[in-house]
Design a protein around this ligand. Structure first.
Ligand code: FMN
Length: 442
């Protein structure tokens, strides 16, 4: 017998994306009811060109998992496909499929079954072959269902008065489509980060070679014990976590912009940290810090803000203190690679963290402009290291990995070339992608 369902209103306001499911199976009649709800969604011209492929066979699951590991998370996984051959206008096929997916998720929730809508699918052409879908059936999403082990808290919603317009667009807080931070206001950056942070999701880690390089430089430059340490804008807290581990007696504070990021960093940290809100508490906050760190964050802010930030940091550090700074150098393979990504993949604002930590706008900087900004703010560079004049193999693998055959092959060739060039890495310093600097008050 089916469990009792809840009201539509309750279902809409209490549904959550679940990413940790129990293993218990979902009874067939419940799954049937979920699919039935999909059938009753509106569709463009009532064509109902959807297909739902439930993947149960373990061998098929294993093949799908090579493209999207999400399939391993839940007992029920259903691919949603829609015919694209009659309904291209205004993306009507996407709209129709999305309506069905939402119906399924609300019905599931009202029956006590949690769900996750997944668009991280890897190579959809390969998935189409695995699922034997014809070429006009477009795969839109994988939807997972199961009984929840952990239901995340509701991510904050943008306020109605930001989203709702009367008669004409009022233009507030629209995000630029450029990823150049000079086109973003602080308020927009904050708002974007807030919206992008997924509850319960852990960000991708940076490629290990990058993390190891940064940490090696950190340990070489910063040799302190009980220092007062301010980690500026750590974003996901990935390096904050590493700092907390490598300097167990340091008294760490971090400055960030939103509650979502506060939670994120606190979750990662192995011990309680202090935090302060950027920019409100950061500017004019207490002085007396022995160490500060600013790791891959200059790239995310408009130049004027970067200068202001560095000046405020200078005011808050002890005269014998030090700043550990790491950044991505624009005069490196970063730039051609970005250009290429715009052609092969997506152009525009990305939020995937690795390997460029870019939750929001991101523009690599040049060593000359960083030097200038530091000097203007009263800092000087005492020592520097650089890494990766040629891309490390794990970065190439990361970037090429999920893009399908041709890109993968190009990636493998590039790996061989870059391994041949590796001995030149030291000599090509100014062209290295990552710079780590030891900076002190001038
Ligand atoms: C089109 C679409 C694609 C999504 N893809 C993913 C995904 O690949 N992985 C994931 O964990 N969540 C994914 N989600 C879930 C969103 O992250 C989630 O809906 C959002 O954070 C709001 O949380 P809530 O669903 O609990 O309200 C997707 C949602 C939509 C609508």
């Amino acid at each position: 017998m089916l469990p009792e369902s809840m009201t539509v209103e309750e279902a809409i306001f209490t549904r959550r994306t679940c990413r940790r499911f129990r293993k218990d199976p979902v009874p067939d009649d419940v799954v049937q009811k979920i699919i039935d709800a999909a059938r009753y969604a509106p569709s463009s011209c009532n064509l109902q060109l959807w297909d739902f492929v439930r993947v149960e066979d373990e061998a098929a699951k294993a093949r799908v998992a090579e493209e999207t590991r999400y399939i391993q998370l839940a007992p029920v996984s259903i691919f949603v496909a829609y015919g694209n051959n009659y309904t291209r206008e205004n993306y009507a096929w996407v709209q129709s499929a999305a309506a069905a997916i939402q119906n399924m998720m609300l019905m599931a929730h009202s029956l006590g079954v949690a769900s996750c809508w997944v668009d991280t699918l890897g190579d959809v052409e390969r998935l189409r072959r695995i699922l034997e879908l014809p070429s006009e059936r477009e795969i839109l999403a994988l939807v997972l269902f199961g009984y929840p082990e952990l239901v995340p808290k509701a991510p904050r919603r943008r306020d109605i008065d930001i989203l709702l317009h009367y008669d004409r667009y009022k233009g507030r807080l629209n995000w630029p489509s450029s990823d150049d931070p000079d086109e973003w206001s602080l308020e927009q950056i904050r708002d974007f980060q807030m919206a992008k942070i997924r509850n319960g999701a852990r960000y991708n880690k940076p490629v290990p070679s990058e993390r190891d390089a940064v940490l090696a430089a950190l340990r070489q430059f910063v040799r302190v014990d009980e220092a007062r340490w301010l980690d500026v804008l750590p974003l996901t807290g990935l390096y904050t976590e590493e700092i907390a581990k490598a300097y167990p007696r340091a008294r760490l504070t971090f400055a960030e912009m939103t509650d979502q990021v506060f939670e994120f960093v606190h979750d990662r940290a192995p011990r309680p940290l202090r935090h302060e809100r950027y920019p409100e508490a950061f500017y004019g906050g207490d002085g007396g810090f022995d160490v500060m760190s600013l790791i891959f964050r200059l790239e995310g802010f408009p130049r004027g803000e970067r200068r202001r930030m560095l000046s405020a940091m200078r005011e808050r550090i002890q005269d014998d203190g030090q700043l550990f700074l790491a950044f991505v150098n624009r005069r490196s393979y970063h730039r051609p690679l970005r250009w290429l990504r715009g052609r092969v993949g997506h152009a525009g604002v990305e939020y995937a963290l690795a390997p460029d930590p870019s939750l929001g706008p991101f523009k690599a900087v040049t060593p000359a402009e960083v030097r200038q900004d530091l000097r203007a703010a009263g800092w000087r560079v005492r020592a520097s290291r650089h890494f990766f004049a040629v891309p490390p193999a794990d970065e190439i693998e990361f970037r090429a990995g999920r893009k399908g055959g041709k890109v993968k092959m190009a990636g493998q060739t590039l790996t061989r070339v870059s391994q041949m060039l590796r001995p030149l890495d030291g000599a090509l310093g100014p062209l290295a992608r990552i710079h780590a600097w030891d900076v002190i008050p001038a």
